[in-house]
Design a protein around this ligand. Structure first.
Ligand SMILES: NC(=O)c1ccc[n+]([C@@H]2O[C@H](COP(=O)([O-])OP(=O)(O)OC[C@H]3O[C@@H](n4cnc5c(N)ncnc54)[C@H](OP(=O)(O)O)[C@@H]3O)[C@@H](O)[C@H]2O)c1
Length: 307
């Protein structure tokens, strides 16, 4: 990397998306990943001061409080991590003349109807996590400066805590699983988010050089949509083909309504996100959700056969 390579501060590198970003951002600059012990989101001003010391050209924030149900009991912690700290980061970014990339969620929407949400549609989060992520979006916009917020949905990866890994574990142990079939969204691999972010970042840097950059919220998720039940069906079907050495105990996958699976946090039924504006601005065509699933299952199957 040349001496003039832009310095990129990456936050949340131990998470699903952050892990993939640590790889995908490499060609764009000198990546400096700050972990929780160095940059703690429970301390917004300490975080901002620590990041400013790096004199970054770009800040990519993949850190967040993501325990959706737990957030109902830890509202002030979720607000500090997801609401206040992103605002403090945005202020630090503006002070350093840096571009801030931040992630938000489909949970900022009410989840009504069946139409895909546009990035300009009115928001109305139904749970504390969604409220805290919305507070983050608003704090960033209020801080000013150059920023991009990418709302994504139903994130999974070959590592971390996610639906795919939970299903594979349960499918190996139980003969029946009941999975919610009335929440609709796009399962999105962390790798897709990271790769699309890197591409978008390259475009955004050129826009800044040309004085054509605009701070904006975008939707970034895989193409197509399904229910959690449809997602589970596809992942078990493909897992059987990709990892025959790892047989499933599962015999029945039942489709149930959300009302039969009550959780502390209320989930939106319609999580479809319209990503057209993202694709147009950054010149990308987001692939179908099944493609990302195939890659992650292949990675998991290869890990298994390497044991
Ligand atoms: N997961 C989803 O389904 C989903 C859906 C829509 C949007 N999103 C958004 O996408 C982004 C990435 O999510 P993800 O799934 O990759 O998250 P994740 O796997 O849960 O990782 C969260 C990251 O945040 C860090 N973190 C948490 N609390 C922190 C604190 N107090 N100080 C510093 N770091 C802290 C974690 O560090 P430790 O390893 O130290 O805990 C970890 O690196 C987030 O903005 C999330 O809100 C996620």
């Amino acid at each position: 990397m040349s001496a003039r390579a832009p310095r990129i501060v990456l936050l949340g590198a131990s998470g699903q998306v952050g892990w993939e970003l640590a790889r995908s951002l490499q060609p764009l600059g000198e990546v400096r990943a700050l972990g929780r012990h160095e940059a703690d989101f429970t301390d917004p001003s300490g975080l901002a001061a620590r990041v400013a010391r790096e004199a970054p050209a770009i800040i990519v924030n993949a850190a967040a409080y993501t325990a959706v149900d737990q957030a109902e009991k830890e509202a002030s912690l979720a607000m500090r991590v997801n609401g206040e700290s992103p605002g403090a980061l945005a202020t630090a970014a503006r002070g350093a003349g840096a571009l801030l990339i931040h992630y938000s969620t489909d949970y900022v929407f009410a989840g009504t109807g069946t139409r895909a949400w546009q990035n300009t549609d009115p928001v109305d989060p139904q749970n504390v996590y969604g409220q805290s992520k919305l507070a983050g979006e608003q704090a960033i916009a209020q801080a000013g400066g150059d920023w991009l917020v990418f709302r994504t949905s139903w994130v999974y990866a070959a590592r971390g805590k996610n639906f795919v890994r939970t299903m594979l574990k349960l499918g190996a142990e139980r003969d029946t699983l009941r999975v919610v079939a009335d929440q609709i969204g796009a399962p999105t691999s962390a790798r897709l988010i990271a790769d699309a972010t890197a591409q978008a970042l390259a475009v955004a840097m050129a826009e800044r050089r040309n004085g054509r950059f605009k701070s904006e919220i975008h939707h970034l998720c895989a193409a197509g949509h399904t229910s959690w039940h449809g997602f589970a069906q596809k992942l078990f079907e493909r897992w059987q083909a990709l990892a025959p050495q790892s047989p499933l105990a599962l015999r029945a996958l039942e489709a149930i309504p959300s009302t039969d699976y009550p959780t502390p946090a209320r989930r939106p039924l319609n999580s479809r996100l319209d990503c057209t504006r993202f694709e147009e601005r950054f010149g990308l065509a987001l692939p179908a959700w099944e493609q990302g699933l195939e890659c992650v299952l292949q990675e998991l199957a290869e890990t298994l056969s390497a044991r």
